[in-house]
Design a protein around this ligand. Structure first.
Ligand SMILES: NC(=O)c1ccc[n+]([C@@H]2O[C@H](COP(=O)([O-])OP(=O)(O)OC[C@H]3O[C@@H](n4cnc5c(N)ncnc54)[C@H](OP(=O)(O)O)[C@@H]3O)[C@@H](O)[C@H]2O)c1
Length: 234
């Protein structure tokens, strides 16, 4: 049975991946910055098989400084991936990259991080505005399944775009308001321009590997909101 390493195991995507790999019976190593932080790391130990097959290691990338997300996020991601390809090329590593769009789904951790935190703030109207962006969205289940495909399918190679429908945030809010009218929602669209162009994402590569149709926008947001309700965040 192979042993897998998932970095940043307390993260939204990573924790789901750790859970799925343990469920499949694998031995999993994961890294966190502070293994002693029970509030952040403790829930990983509750996954099935964790006590027998999970190893939590301490690691900090020590990325210097912080940067403006709007300006630098895409640049940082591109640079990081290019570096991964360079290292893989030099070392002969069999690298497969999963490129998810904006990930949505139920909350697994005790507290929402990253994308789920943003969705919660938009639902509660506590952000001041919603982003003026048109993005692809994808269910966390599909992101986990894509990673496992990348790990287990020997035909998988290169970059696997992992995304369901593309929508502007105003369309997401409209969809949610119709179904969940009681939440206050953000009403004001950000004035920041440049990321609202309609586009599509080519997912034919992962489909050719036998990946099933992606879960819909409605399903991913329903699953997310149900978990917020169950955990008392809404
Ligand atoms: N969520 C999305 O929609 C989405 C879409 C596409 C790509 N991605 C990318 O996928 C990755 C994971 O996303 P996510 O949403 O799951 O993130 P997340 O929930 O915000 O978790 C981030 C993780 O990174 C770890 N971390 C932060 N700084 C670190 C450092 N200096 N050294 C080591 N670990 C550090 C944190 O670990 P600690 O517990 O140690 O703080 C945390 O577990 C990110 O690279 C993100 O850009 C995310």
């Amino acid at each position: 049975m192979p042993e897998y390493c998932v970095t940043g195991g307390t993260g939204f995507i990573a924790a789901y991946l750790v859970k799925a790999l343990l469920d499949k019976g694998h031995v999993v190593r994961t890294t966190v910055r502070n293994p002693e932080d029970g509030g952040k790391v403790g829930y990983l130990w509750e996954f099935n098989g964790a006590k027998e097959r999970l190893k939590v290691l301490k690691a900090d990338l020590m990325v210097e400084g912080s940067f403006d997300e709007a300006l630098w996020y895409a640049y940082a991601k591109t640079t990081a991936e290019k570096e991964a390809w360079r290292i893989a090329g030099e070392s002969g590593m069999d690298l497969v990259v999963v490129n998810p769009s904006f990930v949505v789904g139920p909350l697994l951790a005790p507290q929402p991080t990253s994308t789920l935190y943003m969705i919660l703030a938009i639902l509660k109207g506590s952000r001041g505005e919603y982003p003026n962006t048109t993005v692809g969205f994808v269910h966390i289940d599909d992101v986990v399944a894509a990673h496992i495909l990348a790990m287990e399918e020997s035909k998988a190679s290169g970059r696997l775009i992992c995304s369901s429908s593309v929508a502007h945030w105003s369309e997401i809010i409209k969809m949610l308001r119709a179904k969940y009218p009681s939440y206050p929602y953000e009403n004001k669209c950000s004035s920041v321009e440049g990321d609202s162009n309609p586009h599509s994402m080519d997912t034919s590569k992962i489909a050719q590997l036998g990946f099933p149709p992606f879960k819909t926008l409605e399903t991913m947001f329903d699953d997310c909101i149900t978990s917020f309700q169950q955990k008392g965040f809404l």
